[in-house]
Design a protein around this ligand. Structure first.
Ligand code: NGQ
Ligand code: ZN
Length: 454
């Protein structure tokens, strides 16, 4: 059945348009016409922009947000945070993970994301034994995506070692571990698990050079003939130093020389790169998966956005630890981190007069779409009808037009500007609230109370 949607203002591939009619069939845009009449169409109020892909998420971490903000005995860091995180995940059951993921995905939709790319490594039971179904946890992620309506790219993650040079895994990592063969079985199982979700994709996520030895990395990449390949790289300076000691090169440098990094790849964080690495990464056509709020929260460092953008590097944004789920806030943090470092303004836009919000949005949309490998990312024929309607009556947007709407959303209003979200043409968020907001929230709160009391 074909439905016709109508938007007073919409951001189309060649720019802002007025009075846009969009025909949708089976969740996919078949045609669109600007300057058209609204007769007979479903009118959706607000400013229509493509939904953003979230290119990096560990959903379960949403439930420990705020629980690692207490000072420890000395020198808190990414590594002490990771210990807190490992203790927390040790308690989670499959039901818990499903409830937490549904809540996180609901918040993503409510903030303007319409795809989640789940970098999924919590595979086994608390004792480290595989569940009867190797894909038990993957199925919970898929169920949460299905319940909320968010589009899913599922990236089963391979985790083998506790550090470089085949360091044995730590106790807290035993729920993550697979060998290459069992991992490939899990990838195949994941394809079955997501099959019922609209245009879901499966890729692979070798966790990091810390957790995957070089031989295993080349084997899984050789076995992944399609779908995205994501890997954490160069997030922490200690990781860079350990990588140089073990492999003789910095993480991004090593990947450039030893893996065939191309457009299917997404390097998560890529925080600590030399100018040469930054420019080399840009040339590969791979995506840098930036997670600015998490990188700030964890004290990772600042991505060299100015140089990377200048070299035509592709990037997208991810919510990673989910300390705060807000698409606009991620983009704002990215720009503000550049400003603070450079003592400058309007860094992440290239031409004089260009809107920084528009530049951030366009880049995150294109890079996120490439990294999730779903047919999304534009209000255009052939793409899924994943559309965010910004509130044209919000005080920060009401007097604006065109790119100013994006600047106002990203730099001022944040998620409060998101009024409605359509996935596959169906409204899942209205008046800023997901259609199952109360049920999903109740279940989440009950879960967190139980987990924290345990
Ligand atoms: C993760 N998070 O996979 O959740 C990691 C921590 C690790 C970040 N790197 C675990 N931000 O790196 O081993
Ligand atoms: Zn991550």
């Amino acid at each position: 059945m074909t439905r016709t949607l109508f938007f007073e203002n919409a951001l189309l591939p060649d720019g802002w348009a007025r009075q846009v009619r969009v025909a949708v069939e089976d969740g996919v845009i078949r045609s669109m016409t600007a300057g058209a009449s609204a007769a007979g169409a479903e009118r959706h109020a607000g400013i229509a922009v493509p939904g953003l892909p979230n290119l990096h998420c560990h959903a379960f971490q949403r439930a420990m947000a705020g629980l690692a903000e207490r000072r420890g005995p000395a020198n808190d860091s990414f590594w002490t945070w990771r210990e807190v995180m490992y203790r927390f995940l040790g308690r989670l059951t499959p039901d818990d993970v499903e409830a937490i993921a549904a809540f996180a995905y609901m918040e993503m939709l409510e903030s303007g994301f319409s795809t989640v790319t789940e970098f999924h490594y919590l595979h086994h039971d608390p004792a480290g034994r595989a569940y009867a179904d190797l894909g038990e946890m993957a199925a919970r992620i898929a169920a949460a995506a299905g319940a909320t309506g968010i589009g899913l790219t599922l990236l089963p993650s391979l985790y083998m070692t506790g550090g470089f040079a085949n360091a044995p895994p730590m106790e807290g990592q035993k729920r993550f571990l697979n060998d290459v063969d069992r991992f490939l079985t899990l990838v195949a199982r994941s394809r079955d698990i997501v099959a019922a979700l609209p245009a879901a994709r499966v890729g692979i996520a070798p966790h990091s050079l810390r957790a995957v030895p070089p031989e295993a990395l080349s084997r899984v990449v050789a076995n992944c003939l399609d779908g995205p390949i994501h890997i954490h790289a160069a997030e922490q300076t200690k990781e860079v130093e350990d990588c140089v000691a073990a492999l003789g090169a910095r993480p991004v440098e090593w990947l450039m020389h030893n893996a065939d990094v191309e457009a299917r790849w997404c390097l998560i964080h890529a925080t600590h790169m030399t100018p040469t690495e930054t420019e080399a990464l840009a040339r590969t056509g791979a995506v840098a998966g930036l997670c600015p709020l998490t990188e700030a929260s964890l004290g990772d460092g600042i991505f060299d956005g100015a140089r990377y953008l200048g070299a035509d590097g592709r990037f997208g944004i991810g919510t990673d630890s989910n300390i705060q789920i807000d698409a606009a806030a991620e983009l704002r943090q990215l720009e503000y981190s550049q400003r603070l470092r450079d003592r400058a303004r309007n860094v992440m836009a290239r031409q004089e007069g260009a809107s920084v919000g528009r530049s951030l949005f366009d880049n995150a949309l294109a890079g996120g779409t490439q990294a999730c490998a779903r047919p999304v990312g534009a209000i255009a024929a052939g793409k899924r009808a994943d559309i965010v309607l910004l509130d044209a009556d919000h005080p920060d947007l009401a007097a604006g037009a065109g790119d100013h709407w994006l600047d106002a959303w990203i730099f001022i209003a944040g998620r409060a500007a998101v009024r409605e979200v359509l996935v596959g043409g169906d409204s899942v968020v209205a008046d800023g609230r997901h259609s199952a907001h109360d049920d999903i929230t109740r279940r989440y709160v009950a879960t967190v109370k139980r987990v924290l009391a345990a």
